[in-house]
Design a protein around this ligand. Structure first.
Ligand SMILES: Cc1cc2nc3c(=O)[nH]c(=O)nc-3n(C[C@H](O)[C@H](O)[C@H](O)COP(=O)(O)OP(=O)(O)OC[C@H]3O[C@@H](n4cnc5c(N)ncnc54)[C@H](O)[C@@H]3O)c2cc1C
Length: 419
């Protein structure tokens, strides 16, 4: 192919892309506008990095394929391993998920720490260099190497292209801070999520992270705003339908200021259908699809895109194709990765009547089927496991269409329709 690959953006997508392309090029150069800290610290270019970031199981598995030893490196850097569901308490709509051993665990840490670990893993590949303090203002149309655009949800480099885009007006607000645990909670590795039933829009998350600290996030939608002063933040937590978040927050000491982040829109740019994208230019991560982050999908989707890129490069190498054919092989595969995450997030978003966007044909039926799966998962361990694996991008949505678990969901659906 060619000897060099350049990646713009050293976020999770850029780092995953570097791991994917490194075996195919002599040198890989990642350019980022930020100064990249020597230790895990928030940075300006990733304004969302102080908010809770969940790595889905599917994302962890994808990263391990891209960077063997990633899981061990995350654990060595202090990631908290939470067993599903022994260490996880999820209140969804009006009930707790049952406590069962699903045979999976997940690794939780702060977003700066994930990125720091991956940065070191990528640099250890030997042919990757990262140049920070290097903003890229425009793409050079000439040149012979691969050019990966991993500039995130605010991408400007591909803004002039006419790309068909699906947009949802979601108006989600996040407020988060790091907290020291009070003595009685030290060593607790419980992840708590409070996910309301629409139209209620008050979410709460308690996420154990490195150094035995908590990252606590409270969310809202539309006109509802989470207060950014500690008293108001604690009071908002007491308005959640479960006491578990407020109880922990009441005694926890903030270690960082409360920081807010508002997301007006979820966007999915369909580059696979766009004309005008130069064939050696590869968009990845949030630059393609940026979701409502409540479902913790973005980093895992970025890793999934990177695996798709690696497959496209491997196919190209096996067939003797040049770089000009990589985008055509990669973009439909990346779209399939985005599609699964988008479908789950959009379903939940569109259940809120105020969400702006097209409700697909049969939306009410899809919603009923999804609710049937949630209810069946409380009764049947095999449905619980399947729901976890689909939601965590370990299995495709199609896994819910056949097999024993699918039959149990269908029975619940029929029962619900009869009620
Ligand atoms: C509030 C919030 C909460 C989230 N929670 C989760 C979660 O729980 N789990 C999850 O998986 N995901 C979550 N996400 C999404 C997640 O942050 C992203 O999906 C993920 O980081 C992948 O993004 P990326 O690498 O494509 O872009 P980013 O992480 O935004 O990185 C883009 C990089 O490009 C650089 N850059 C941008 N423009 C230029 C330029 N012109 N020149 C040079 N460098 C440039 C930036 O400095 C940055 O380093 C959340 C997002 C938000 C907003």
């Amino acid at each position: 192919m060619s000897r060099t690959a350049t990646i713009v953006g050293a976020g999770i997508a850029g780092l995953s892309a570097a791991a994917a392309v490194a075996p195919f090029f002599d040198t890989v150069t990642i350019l980022d506008k930020d100064e990249l800290p020597a230790m895990p610290r928030p940075r300006k270019g990733v304004a969302q990095d102080v908010q809770v970031h969940i790595l889905l199981k599917g994302g962890e598995l994808a990263l391990e394929k891209l960077l063997p030893g990633a899981r061990a490196a995350l654990l060595a850097a202090g990631a908290v391993e939470v067993r599903q569901t022994g260490d996880v308490s999820i209140w969804e709509h009006d009930a707790w998920h049952p406590s069962r051993d699903l045979g999976h665990s997940q690794l939780l840490m702060s977003r700066p720490a994930y990125e720091w670990v991956l940065r070191r893993k990528v640099l250890a590949l030997g042919n990757v260099e990262i140049r920070d303090n290097t903003p890229v203002e425009a793409l050079a149309p000439e040149g012979s190497g691969l050019l990966v655009v991993a500039t995130g949800r605010g991408d400007r480099l591909l803004a002039s292209l006419d790309v068909p885009t699906t947009t949802l007006g979601i108006e989600v607000g996040y407020v988060s801070a790091r907290f020291a645990k009070p003595k009685r909670y030290r060593g607790e590795t419980r992840f708590i999520a409070c996910i309301p039933k629409p139209p209620d829009d008050r979410y709460g998350l308690v996420c154990p992270v490195e150094n035995d600290e908590w990252l606590i996030t409270l969310c809202s939608r539309f006109d509802n705003k989470v207060p950014t002063d500690l008293g108001g933040f604690r009071a908002y937590a007491t308005s959640l339908p479960i006491p578990d978040v407020a109880d922990r927050l009441a005694e926890a000491m903030p270690l960082s200021p409360l920081r807010s982040y508002r997301i007006a829109e979820a966007n999915w740019r369909h580059f696979e259908r766009a004309s005008g994208l130069p064939p050696r230019v590869i968009p990845i991560g949030d630059c393609i699809s940026s979701f409502n982050p409540t479902f913790g999908q973005g980093m895992s989707v970025a890793a999934g895109h990177a695996l798709a890129l690696r497959e496209a490069l491997a196919d190209g190498a096996a067939n003797g194709n040049g770089l000009g054919q990589v985008a055509a092989a990669y973009l439909p595969r990346a779209a399939a990765v985005s599609e699964q995450a988008w479908a789950a997030a959009a379903l939940a978003d569109l259940e809120y009547p105020r969400t702006r966007g097209d409700r697909p044909a049969g939306f009410d039926r899809t919603l009923l089927a999804s609710e049937a799966m949630r209810l069946a998962a409380t009764e049947h361990p095999e449905v619980h496991l399947l729901r976890f694996e689909i939601g965590n991008l370990v299995k495709p949505n199609s896994a819910a269409r056949s097999g024993a678990a699918a039959r149990l969901v269908a029975k619940t659906l029929i029962r619900r329709r009869g009620e």
